[in-house]
Design a protein around this ligand. Sequence first.
Ligand code: MN
Length: 257
Amino acid sequence: MTALNDLLAGLATGAVEIVDLTSPLSASTPILQLPPPFANTRGFSLTEISRYDDRGPAWYWNNISTGEHVGTHFDAPNHWVSGRDGLDISQVPPRQLVAPAVVIDRSAECAANPDYLLEIDDLRAWEAEHGPLPEGAWLLYRTGWDVRSGDQADFLNADETGPHTPGVSAECARYLAEETSILGMGTETVGTDAGAAHSFDPPFPCHSFLLGAGKYGLTQLQNLASLPPTGAVVIAAPLPIVGGSGSPARVLALVPR
Ligand code: MN
């Protein structure tokens, strides 16, 4: 089939580059911290079963333990109460796991203001330069926050008033959910919403509006700086956890060079 041969030829020559947008998954991967009385996710851990020893002389393997929403992960619509009747993570159609992606870069603004919020005017400015948001595309929101992902405290950036990480205004989240045909939103932070979004109206508007509209979320992405504003294709592959609300995912971008 010509299209697939062209893709393989592009990969061989470097005309198509694969950029890994996935954070390494380990016991030190940062995780969300909700205040009391809310329950929190466990982090990622490995427990050795055997390692070429009496427990299994020729093989090494581990059990893993993780929350669904740990590290680079995919939020399904049923993660939020507004999407409770929506798809679970195993029901996301495979056809939607390969999709175009566009990147909006507000890393300079977020470096100056960790509470920076994406607004509708930011989308309009992007569209004036690059054209309409493509139908069925991931909107990847570059904040520069991935450089902090090696350290939980730096990544969550919390003080006595709570976490301070960039996000999206409630008005912009509603607009993205109701007035665009994006597939979902991808961020570099611990979740798709701002650190201060617990106090927004509604609280956690990205989750509330986007998942409520049947759209998806991708979080803790890395290397968005290596993507063009338009033209990349993202492969986002969550585990098909039956009834699950999300899953750690390997997220790759195919980028034309
Ligand atoms: Mn999540």
